[in-house]
Design a protein around this ligand. Structure first.
Ligand SMILES: Nc1ncnc2c1ncn2[C@@H]1O[C@H](COP(=O)(O)OP(=O)(O)OP(=O)(O)O)[C@@H](O)[C@H]1O
Ligand SMILES: [Mg+2]
Length: 492
């Protein structure tokens, strides 16, 4: 389906999020939509898919103007979108979501729905069990479910907003294969919003780049990372160097002694000594145990056996609050599900994180909030509700809410959804804290990030752990093989 966007404008108060956007997307093509955090990508995609009204402008599909009033109508016109943060109903099973997700219209009988689901899963190699509650699915599986639902409803254009943040490398390959096939065989128009330039290079036929609400340009692929970065930021970025600042005599600040962690289908036996100023990367496919280890550091998962020491104090079995008070800072990958509270403003978040008294000093919270917004370069105002921030700015806000000098920072995917420049900036902030003695444990699906910033890497596979003691001596390829469970190839 050919999509034409003509003179699209959208303002949010003083922010001109889409400023006269003119673009044409042809059927059968995969188009990357790029741009720094807050550039206006999600806004444009939400307008196109009916989730948000535009102020002015026109959308033409296959040569005729359309005017739809909501996502269901957009789907009816052939345009479906996967949201940056999934919107499905967690209490439903996969099958129920599939049946009731069609909106008004007629409901599919269970049997037909089950068959359709099975057929689509087989076609794309998706692994979805129809009776599983959605809350038990990984982000990657939720996406698969949503793609199938939209295709069944007959969409001819599929919009994906950062679909690879938070999914495993395996699931990414399955997703990309499906998208290529849908574009090539079904003539689907695929729009991919992404900060992962390697994904854009692997998948897209062309790119459109936004900056501060305006279209900067379009170009056909192939292009190098450097060329894409120049388009996005107006300049190339200096190459990133690996660096380790760990002193061999740094004291142990936290230790796990013969601890056993259980969760989902994995059990992890963890023996770990974390030293001041150390950066430990946790690698692995989704659900391999790295999340458990990270959450055990924060007191969110309690060990079944063993002992956890924090700065020479036994903290085994203590609560998240107690861990926090003792100096452990945690940030969760699911921004709006866990770390941030939808409906609350930025100042209210700051008040929650910093004000310890029962009566909140709002003037102080607001002042501090302003300072933090400046320091962390968050595009938003103290009175903005958190959900009005762009994805990348929400992530910056999470960082801004972290305690200043924690003993240990446990971070799930700290740069999830950040543009290349912002991701580097966040790491600069983290490494500054590392340099004054904070230890950092972080998980990431991004192998490059693990290899660049870790002193050592723990690779998790089905609950087993393989340690790479010196991350500077491993490569992305080697790490990729270990994540796939090929532990026997481990170099000595
Ligand atoms: N509902 C809203 N209310 C107020 N401002 C908004 C709203 N939605 C978006 N904005 C603002 O519009 C601008 C563009 O946001 P948008 O989410 O489109 O950016 P983006 O390019 O998707 O960024 P990211 O890469 O961080 O996801 C940002 O300044 C954002 O704060
Ligand atoms: Mg966005």
């Amino acid at each position: 389906m050919q999509i034409e966007l003509k003179h699209i404008h959208k303002r949010f108060g003083p922010v001109h999020a889409n400023n006269d956007i003119n673009l044409t997307f042809r059927g059968g093509r995969i188009i990357g939509v790029l741009g720094e955090n807050g550039a206006g990508k999600s806004t444009l995609m939400k307008i196109l898919s009916g989730f948000q009204p535009m102020d002015s402008g026109e959308i033409w599909l296959d040569g005729s103007p359309v005017d739809y009033t909501g996502p269901q109508a957009a789907i009816g016109s052939g345009i479906g979108m996967l949201q940056q943060d999934p919107l499905d109903v967690p209490a439903f099973t996969v099958l129920e979501n599939f049946i009731y997700g069609g909106g008004a219209g007629m409901l599919l009988p269970r049997k037909v729905a089950t068959q359709q689901l099975r057929f689509m899963c087989a076609r794309f190699g998706f692994e979805l069990d129809s009776e599983t509650p959605i809350s038990h699915l990984s982000i990657g599986q939720r996406q698969q479910m949503e793609i199938i639902r939209l295709l069944t409803l007959g969409v001819k254009a599929l919009i994906l907003d950062e679909p690879t943040t938070g999914i495993s490398a395996e699931q990414k390959q399955i997703l990309f294969k499906a998208l290529r096939e849908l574009a090539a065989n079904d003539g689907l128009t695929v729009l991919l919003v992404s900060h992962k330039l390697e994904d854009v290079i692997a998948l897209c036929d062309e790119v459109a780049v936004l900056r501060a609400g305006k279209l900067v340009g379009t170009r056909d692929m192939p292009a190098t990372t450097g060329q894409l970065v120049s388009l996005m930021f107006g300049q190339e970025l200096a190459p990133q160097e690996r660096h380790s600042a760990l002193s061999p005599s740094a004291p142990v600040v936290m230790s796990f002694d013969k601890t056993q962690l259980r969760g989902g289908r994995v059990t992890v036996d963890l023996n770990l000594r974390i030293r001041a100023g150390e950066v430990i990367g946790l690698a692995g496919l989704d659900g391999s145990g790295q999340e458990l280890a990270l959450r055990a550091c924060a007191g969110l998962v309690k060990p079944h056996h063993g002992q956890v020491m924090l700065q020479n104090r036994d903290v085994t079995g203590q609560s998240y609050r107690q861990f926090l008070a003792a100096g452990v800072a945690f940030s969760a990958a699911g921004r709006l599900e866990e770390g941030l509270v939808g409906g609350l403003t930025l100042t209210e978040h700051v008040a929650l994180a910093t004000e310890t008294n029962t009566t909140i000093n709002w003037a102080r919270a607001r002042r501090f909030c302003e300072e933090q917004l400046n320091r962390y370069n968050v595009r938003g105002r103290p009175e903005s509700p958190i959900e009005t921030l762009s994805g990348g700015n929400q992530q910056r806000m999470l960082m801004a809410l972290m305690p200043q000098q924690p003993v240990v920072m446990a971070l799930e995917q700290p740069t999830r959804g950040l543009d290349v420049d912002s991701a580097r900036w966040i790491w600069q902030q983290l490494l500054t804290r590392r340099d004054t003695g904070s230890a950092i444990l972080f998980s990431s699906p991004d192998l490059d990030e693990l290899v660049t910033y870790s002193d050592r890497i723990l690779v998790f596979y089905a609950g087993q752990i393989m340690e790479i003691p010196d991350a500077t001596r491993t490569t992305i390829d080697e790490l990729g093989r270990l994540i796939g469970g090929h532990f026997e190839e481990m170099p000595v």
